[in-house]
Design a binder for this molecule. Structure first.
Ligand code: ACO
Length: 323
């Protein structure tokens, strides 16, 4: 059986750090409120010349280096983003060109904060279907460019950045002992559209628009939706919470992360948290957190790693893999 195995990982962050203290001078907020309600202490903000594609390219190059590969070895690039450089072409095609890659194919997926989980699931389907052997999966965002910087209820929450992995087809035995993606679970329900959306777009206003969110409503649904897809991942594999070495959740809010881990019975020592450093970087948050924990040696070859996310749409999903 063909499995999609993580062969490399990498990240890229903008140069500029924006602290909670600086935000105090921009809107009516405080470091204490932000830390207590979200766990966020700082975020990175893209400056002139830094875009979703440039950050995605940086993360892709780092992941290729780590894998000991070049763009010539890649068949497919999938970019998860809700903040593309242009309405079209896809940011994936832009990154393909920046990497000097003129073969294969590239496209974007758009599932907001669940984007990376959707992109890994898509890559896994292409790999297992024999349509690609090596896929660059990138989560890249510049949410700072769609924030209303006068709205304290949203502008303190988000940041910019990118993370990438290389997934490679490897032969497995078809058991849970295989390395690679073991199960993926995706869900969406568009009835929740108005709770988290951007109030513009090419076909409606002809403008880019700004992020709008009913934070309390999102919070109310988050833990239940995350638990739903994680339980489905356990059902699909026979694993239980005790088998999980590392939970790498979407980094939206420390309270959502803690609440989900508690409900699932996963101890906090096994949960990777980077939201304090990056804020919510939407589709980039999981690969940024994965790279942090794999880079410092916490995640080791053979570990069972659980990724989960929930975001605008609503969309939600989980990926269970052996590193
Ligand atoms: N600084 C100071 N006060 C603020 C701020 C701020 N930045 N923002 C809101 N407040 C005030 C509100 O105005 C309100 O004041 P009031 O009581 O006088 O009306 C008070 O703080 C409490 O507001 P709530 O919205 O009830 O605060 P809550 O505890 O729900 O925290 C938060 C808000 C952090 C947005 C929370 O609801 C949340 O995390 N929701 C999940 C949303 C999320 O993470 N979205 C990310 C995208 S989706 C995803 O990735 C899963």
């Amino acid at each position: 059986m063909i499995r999609s195995v993580v062969r490399g990982f990498g990240t890229a962050l903008p140069k500029r750090v924006l602290t909670n203290a600086e935000l105090e001078s921009m809107v009516d907020t405080s470091d204490e409120w932000i830390v207590q309600r979200t766990g966020i202490r700082q975020r990175y903000i893209a400056g002139e010349g830094e875009t979703t594609a440039s950050l995605g390219e940086g993360a892709a190059r780092a992941a290729l280096d780590k894998a000991g590969l070049t763009a010539a070895d890649i068949d497919l690039i999938i970019v998860a983003t809700s903040t593309p450089d242009n309405t079209f072409p896809a940011t994936a095609v832009n990154i393909q060109n920046r990497l000097g890659m003129h073969h294969g194919f590239a496209f974007d997926v758009q599932a907001v904060c669940s984007g990376f989980v959707y992109a890994v699931t898509t890559a896994d389907a292409y790999i297992r279907g024999g349509l690609a052997k090596r896929v660059l999966v990138i989560g890249a965002e510049t949410f700072s460019r769609i924030l209303d910087w006068t709205d304290r209820t949203t502008c303190v929450l988000f940041g910019d950045g990118a993370g990438a992995i290389v997934l490679e087809a490897q032969e497995g035995a078809g058991t849970n002992a295989d390395r690679g993606v073991l199960t993926t679970q995706l869900r969406s329900d568009g009835a929740h559209r108005d709770k988290l959306f951007v109030d513009g777009g090419p076909s409606t206003t002809g403008t880019v628009g700004h992020l709008r969110m009913e934070g309390r409503e999102v919070f109310k649904h988050a833990v239940g939706m995350i638990t739903d897809v994680v339980i489905s991942s356990f059902d699909a594999t026979g694993f239980t919470a005790d088998d999980i070495d590392w939970l790498v959740p979407h980094q939206a809010n420390k309270r959502i992360i803690d609440g989900s881990a508690k409900k699932l019975g996963i101890p906090l020592e096994k949960v990777v948290v980077t939201v304090d450093q990056h804020g919510n970087t939407s589709a980039a948050s999981i690969p940024l957190a994965l790279a942090a924990a794999a880079g410092d040696g916490r995640i080791k070859e053979g570990d069972i790693v659980l990724l989960e996310a929930m975001g605008g749409g609503f969309t939600w999903g989980a990926v269970l893999l052996r590193w």
